[in-house]
Ligand binder design. Structure first.
Ligand SMILES: O=C(O)c1ccccc1NCC(=O)[C@H](O)[C@H](O)COP(=O)(O)O
Length: 213
């Protein structure tokens, strides 16, 4: 099970959280977000990290040029597309970043959204299912309707996101079988201010399930 901790904004917290051995760290490249960090801030946070850690820039309807500049300057190894990017745009991103993990996030309201997610599975490396919120793109703390997602089996690995916390992630993984989990606000004191103890509790909760049957 891969673990992605998303929405890091501070170097000291990023280094401390990297030492807890998550698999991916996410940096929000969406200017409207309270967790936004610019390419040079990302570079400062990513530079000291072990290369095995996948470092993901999270974008929403950014241009190819902005994505390219941020990935290069920040030294990122993953791209998450969290807006209303088309299939064609996702395909173009994948063609331009062949060595980079491309993740398409879908905010799920109904079964039609899940069907749409399956289509994106043909053009990206990984999918991420997040909760829908009418006014915010991500980091909302809202949970998905897990029952609706049961049986979701895309052609590529997928992450469960949306409202996960140290004390509900085991329940979620008892109902669903994603290849990864993503958390942001469930391990924060306030937007962008990560609590290492909560991150450690989240990682322990997930890793302890890796040893169960
Ligand atoms: O976190 C943000 O502020 C954000 C803003 C704009 C687009 C995406 C954003 N976050 C993307 C993520 O991958 C979050 O981890 C995901 O939405 C889950 O968040 P949470 O429900 O708080 O765990």
């Amino acid at each position: 099970m891969r673990i992605k901790i998303c929405g890091l904004t501070r170097s000291d917290q990023t280094t401390a959280i990297a030492a807890l051995a998550p698999d991916l760290l996410g940096f929000i490249c969406v200017p409207q977000s309270p967790r936004y960090v610019d390419p040079l801030q990302i570079q400062a946070m990513v530079d000291p990290l072990p290369p095995a850690l996948t470092t993901v820039g999270v974008f929403a309807d950014a241009s190819l040029a902005v994505v390219a500049h941020t990935v290069k300057t920040g030294g990122l190894t993953g791209i998450q597309l969290h807006g209303n990017e088309s299939l064609d745009f996702c395909r173009e991103i994948k063609q331009n970043f062949a060595q980079t993990e491309v993740i398409k996030a879908l905010r799920v309201r109904n079964a039609a959204d899940l069907d749409q997610a399956l289509a994106y599975g043909a053009v990206v490396d990984t999918l991420l299912l997040d909760a829908y919120h009418p006014h915010q793109l991500g980091g909302t703390g809202e949970t998905l309707d897990w029952a609706m997602v049961q049986g979701f089996q895309p052609p590529v690995p997928w992450f469960l996101a949306g409202g996960l916390k140290p004390d509900n992630v085991a329940t979620a993984l008892g109902q669903l079988t994603p290849q990864g989990v993503d958390v942001s606000s469930g391990v924060e004191r306030s937007p962008g201010d990560k609590d290492s103890q909560r991150v450690a509790a989240f990682i322990t909760a997930v890793r302890s399930l890796d040893f169960v049957g």
